[in-house]
Design a protein around this ligand. Structure first.
Ligand SMILES: [Fe+2]
Ligand SMILES: [Fe+2]
Length: 277
């Protein structure tokens, strides 16, 4: 009997109501696995609390970083930047027994299929350019002129890479190598804070924000790496869409001002298993 592969993202527990949501999360079955697709919160200590609590409750816990975990926030005693901060988060995962993008991908055993569950960290390179822009510089300028600028520009440092785009390209290269090593007879569940294709960003209220939401470099990964499903967050627009026959699940909780008007819903999204049928 196999359990469920469940997913959630954008817990943002800096908001007390969202902390209560985390406290309420329980598996349906003791064998359920949980995926967290980034944006747990900003403070290292709070991230550690969430991962420890949920690691205790679920059979396996899989985490991919969001931009908020990677911020060097002035209120966080952990002031590491960029790659060093990411590495400290990976060490935390290893200590707690949480699967991060830096360790072998676990294989989930369903009733009739094995799936490689792959948390990814690919960041963005501004290639989801603002309408009217032909270069990354123009795209950023359009955003600054309109006043719609992601806080990452001030808080997510790419050190030691010169830019976030450089960090993204290095991550893409490394991640493609890892995904290419997966047994080609197995399908995958790809998990990334950002959607692997641009289409989900088309409904953003501010299209100039899309440049902080992924990269064109992953546009064919759902096909190339045999995704049975792609799990993402970041947009705070929970929904299911299909691209090339592949199910994309945006599983975010989001901020209280976003989820409260939507009314009560089940927070854990079934990706595979009995609850997903
Ligand atoms: Fe978020
Ligand atoms: Fe995010």
């Amino acid at each position: 009997m196999s359990g469920n592969l469940l997913a959630i993202s954008d817990l943002h527990i800096g908001h007390p109501e969202n902390r209560s949501i985390v406290e309420s999360l329980r598996p349906d079955d003791p064998s359920d696995w949980l995926i967290i697709a980034g944006d747990v919160c900003e403070r290292f200590e709070d991230i550690a609390w969430v991962l420890a609590v949920l690691r205790d409750r679920f059979a396996e816990l899989i985490w991919a970083p969001g931009n908020h975990e990677l911020w060097t926030h002035p209120n966080d005693p952990v002031q590491l930047r960029g790659v060093e901060r990411y590495q400290k988060l990976v060490e935390l995962c290893r200590r707690l027994g949480v699967h991060s993008p830096e360790d072998p991908y676990p294989v989930w055993q369903g009733e009739d299929e094995q799936l490689v569950v792959a948390p990814l960290f690919t960041l963005y390179d501004y290639s989801f350019m603002a309408p009217g822009a032909t270069t990354v510089e123009e795209s950023l300028q359009i955003a600054h002129d309109s006043g719609i600028v992601c806080s990452d520009e001030f808080l997510l440092h790419p050190d030691p890479y010169p830019t976030r785009g450089d960090w993204c390209r290095a991550r893409i290269e490394l991640t493609e190598r890892r995904l290419g090593e997966i047994d080609p007879s197995l399908r995958t569940v790809l998990i990334n804070h950002y959607p692997l294709v641009r289409e989900p960003t088309r409904i953003l209220r501010y299209p100039q924000f899309a440049q902080w939401c992924g990269t064109e470099l992953t546009a064919d990964w759902h096909l190339k790496y045999r995704a049975a499903a792609m799990v993402y967050g970041h947009l705070h627009i929970p929904r299911v869409t299909w691209y090339d026959g592949v199910r994309f699940e945006e599983v975010s909780v989001g901020y209280p001002r976003e989820w409260k008007p939507r009314g009560h819903r089940t927070w854990l999204r079934p990706i595979k298993g009995p609850a997903a049928r």
